[in-house]
Design a binder for this molecule. Structure first.
Ligand code: ZN
Length: 279
């Protein structure tokens, strides 16, 4: 069957896309092999029918969204795991004070006048503090072995002052060496961790109210993100110290609480952004 160029060129798009019937296809191909003009148009159509490239920008945006989602998921998971690890490690290394008992330690005066303190508890650490002219001593243990593990300590005569007490955080200190009897000496545990907790709770309440009042606005959203900081601190405090707020040493628990709170905050922010972006 002989076809005119006009008919062939009408049919070519269907043939190139594979939508034509077998008979038209055969006829068109026959014509095309003999007609350079229609051949040229066929080649042109074949080039154009290469799958259309999806515009670059929207694809990149989708890719970015997927990457951000993955990143937030990872940060949320890692932050949560880290905060738990910090709390557990803080608990295991938490020094536990041993109350005074007669068999806890012995104190010997050396010829030089120095004091030799020997602790009967294995893996205990001795903590010594100067308070005015006197010196207090206390013994601590933890679940893991303490770094400065000492079972014997020599207190030089010059540093000794007039008396050596065993610090009793539950009541009056016990005089364990000295010729002066001072009544009613007390060593109090530090309460500053409790103040930090109250401050964090106060900030959480104020920011929480602001976030609730301004919700649905950008400021409300920002307040909510800021509110997460004291909230993380409070949770980290309970994770590291439990319900207790008293401590003999403030640097150690504060360090662990801040580390756990920072991880928790990162995890919370990532998780919330993940949830909000889904909507
Ligand atoms: Zn032709």
């Amino acid at each position: 069957m002989k076809l005119s160029c006009g008919i062939v060129q009408d049919l070519l798009p269907l043939v190139v896309e594979g939508l034509s019937g077998e008979q038209s296809r055969a006829a068109v191909m026959e014509h095309v092999t003999a007609c350079p003009e229609c051949r040229r148009i066929q080649l042109q159509l074949e080039q154009d029918s290469v799958p259309e490239i999806v515009p670059q920008v929207p694809l990149q945006a989708v890719k970015n969204q997927i990457a951000a989602k993955r990143r937030r998921t990872v940060v949320a998971a890692v932050g949560l795991v880290l905060s738990v690890v910090f709390c557990v490690f803080a608990r295991l290394t938490e020094p536990v004070w041993l109350p005074y008992s007669d068999d806890l330690l012995t104190v010997d005066t050396l010829e030089s006048g120095d004091l030799l303190v020997t602790v009967s508890q294995p893996h205990a650490g001795i903590a010594i503090e100067h308070t005015g002219g006197e010196m207090t001593l206390s013994i601590w243990k933890n679940a893991l072995s303490p770094q400065n593990e000492r079972e014997i300590v020599v207190i030089p005569y010059e540093e000794l002052g007039s008396a050596l007490y065993y610090a009793d955080f539950a009541g009056e200190d016990t005089l364990i060496w000295g010729n002066v009897q001072t009544d009613g000496q007390q060593t109090l545990p530090r309460l500053v961790m409790g103040y930090y907790l109250v401050m964090a709770a106060g900030m959480a309440v104020i920011l929480g109210i602001l976030a609730a009042v301004c919700r649905k606005t950008k400021i409300g959203k920002l307040m909510f993100y800021i509110w997460l900081a004291p909230a993380s601190y409070i949770i980290a405090h309970f994770g590291v110290m439990g319900l207790s707020t008293v401590t003999a040493d403030t640097v150690r628990p504060l360090g662990w609480i801040l580390a756990a709170a920072a991880s928790l905050y990162l995890a919370a922010v990532s998780f919330i952004r993940l949830v909000w972006h889904k909507q």
